[in-house]
Write a protein that binds this ligand. Structure first.
Ligand code: SAM
Ligand code: SF4
Length: 337
């Protein structure tokens, strides 16, 4: 056990520095995307969720332990009541800790209401999920989502002035793989970046994941037939590779959790809605930080010690296999995408 008093950064036993936390602030959502949720979902009782105050305390502790980047996610973060207060508190951490970047991932539906306030609170960049530009297909993929509201959300985000906006598209064979190029064109026309995500086997869903699985290589081939892609040096320490689209301001990224090669440079941990610290997206190693916070309210030293100690159990890497479902029983909405 290393002493927390002298600790200014989080280093695991493989020498990897943890500088990035992804925090899920709700498991609830106004969509039911087919790859993310079951049609009928039982959400967590509200008293099991971290309160907004607990989330701020927890993320402050991480920032004081050298975390430089926080991504707020869910579920849909913007359906949580009080989210505007939360972002103000988190934005303020940039002035008092080493936090450099505050980001979020959203389905975009609530952005017309929140985008401006998010920028004013200090949210630097946002990711907006968009899997189809066809209204009927968008409805089918999200089950209850509405394309018009998401397009309005993207427009609101552009107006609000985030440093950068990135689209996220999960590509599924036979569902939206014919829109790979159209989605990139949309991103380019709107001066956005776009990442294509391979479907991950997280939680039980109704379709057979092995059949819909579309590899990043296939997506990249489809794009390379239309655009000149120039390899970019951007390295996020995660499963993303980026390319500049020649002659445009936009980058395309490929998020390929099935390739293991990023685990060596992994710089991140996740915290679930209930305050469980997950040391790896593809493994079960975890620490119950809510228990620490509720047993010893206000004891920051004890909370930080639990975080520092967790570095001893961060696994070397994950072990996904898309053909066996599900490997990890947590849905992405609980883990935080
Ligand atoms: N609701 C927000 C949204 O949709 O952007 C944030 C949470 S969502 C869980 C974060 C990201 O995870 C989204 O881009 C979504 O498409 C992606 N996602 C969800 N389930 C996934 C899965 N099984 N495999 C790959 N990506 C997934
Ligand atoms: Fe909701 Fe995001 Fe999951 Fe879709 S991917 S159901 S928008 S949490």
């Amino acid at each position: 056990m290393s002493e927390v008093a002298t600790q200014t950064q989080l280093i695991d036993r493989f020498g990897r520095k943890v500088s990035y936390v992804r925090m899920s602030i709700t498991d609830r959502c106004d969509f039911r995307c087919v790859y993310c949720m079951d049609e009928e979902m039982t959400f967590m009782p509200r008293d099991q969720l971290l309160t907004l105050e607990e989330i701020v305390s927890l993320l402050r502790a991480f920032a004081e332990l050298g975390v430089e980047k926080i991504r707020v996610t869910g579920g849909e973060p913007l359906v949580r009541q009080g989210v505007d207060w939360l972002f103000k508190e988190l934005g303020a951490l940039k002035a008092t800790t080493g936090l450099k970047e505050l980001t979020m991932t959203t389905n975009g539906s609530q952005l017309p209401k929140y985008a401006q306030g998010l920028v004013e609170s200090g949210v630097d960049r946002i990711n907006i999920s968009l899997d189809s530009l066809k209204a009927d297909r968008f409805k089918a993929l999200t089950r209850i989502g509405n394309l018009t509201s998401v397009l309005a959300g993207i427009e609101a985000a552009k107006q609000a002035g985030f440093k950068r906006i990135k689209l996220n598209a999960v590509i599924m064979k036979g569902r939206n793989d014919d829109e790979i190029v159209d989605l990139a064109r949309f991103a380019i026309e709107n001066d956005l970046d776009i990442s294509y995500i391979e479907e991950m086997p997280l939680g039980h869903v109704t379709h057979e994941r092995g059949e819909s699985y579309c590899s990043s290589d296939e997506v990249k081939d489809a794009l390379a037939a239309e655009f000149e892609l120039i390899a970019s040096s951007v390295n996020t320490g995660g499963p993303s590779r980026y390319y500049q689209v020649a002659g445009t301001n936009s980058k395309v990224g490929f998020i390929s959790p099935h390739s293991h090669n990023f685990c060596e440079s992994c710089n991140r941990v996740r915290v679930t809605t209930e305050g469980t610290l997950l040391l790896c997206l593809g493994q079960e190693h975890s620490v119950d930080l809510r228990a620490v916070m509720r047993e010893y309210p206000g004891d920051v030293v004890r909370l930080k010690q639990a975080i520092v100690d967790s570095m001893e159990i961060k696994p070397k890497g994950h072990d996904f296999n898309v053909h066996e479902q599900p490997i990890i029983f947590r849905h992405m909405s609980v883990t935080g995408g």
